[in-house]
Design a protein. Structure first.
Length: 164
């Protein structure tokens, strides 16, 4: 014997969908900022829900707008890292973990030291940054080096000479 079950929705018990503005193309900086605010509001929405789907679509639109408005060829590696930190909520501390120390991170972000291949690899694999942007040449400010003796005196490490 074959049974068929059917379910007839009770129209009186329908839930009303929350009213939201329609998703439209991003054509201006104002549209971009509005979309970013909506993404922030929806962040963490469950995948497959109406809010999760809305988040996915908005993120795709923002990505397309940003690629058009700010092409990768305009970014040097340091600007790209700073933009990724700002746009993804990463902190300087997160970059320090990639650079190896706070001092090295500071030197890199202030263009006093170049990125190394292992740092670039971590940025590509962990932060999902495009390698072609990170390997571009960029100006590095020459560091002024203090004479060794002056540096030692300044840090209290001056060696005392014993009389014979």
């Amino acid at each position: 014997m074959h049974l068929q079950l059917t379910c007839t929705p009770n129209l009186d018990e329908r839930r009303e969908m929350p009213k939201r503005s329609a998703i439209t193309p991003i054509r201006s900086e104002t549209d971009h900022q509005d979309a970013l605010a909506e993404i922030e509001r929806l962040w963490g929405a469950t995948i497959g829900t109406a809010e999760g789907d809305r988040l996915d679509v908005l993120m795709t639109l923002v990505d397309a707008y940003e690629r058009e408005a700010w092409p990768d060829e305009d970014l040097d590696p340091i600007d790209a890292i700073k933009a990724r930190m700002e746009n993804s909520g990463r902190t300087r501390k997160d970059f320090e973990a990639i650079a190896g120390s706070s001092g090295r991170a500071s030197e890199i972000l202030n263009r006093k030291r170049s990125l190394t291949l292992p740092m670039i690899w971590k940025l590509v694999s962990d932060w999902k940054m495009p390698a072609d942007v990170l390997v571009r040449p960029y100006p590095v400010v020459a560091r002024e080096s203090a004479p060794i003796r002056e540096g030692l005196v300044r840090h209290g490490a001056r060696r005392q000479v014993q009389p014979a």
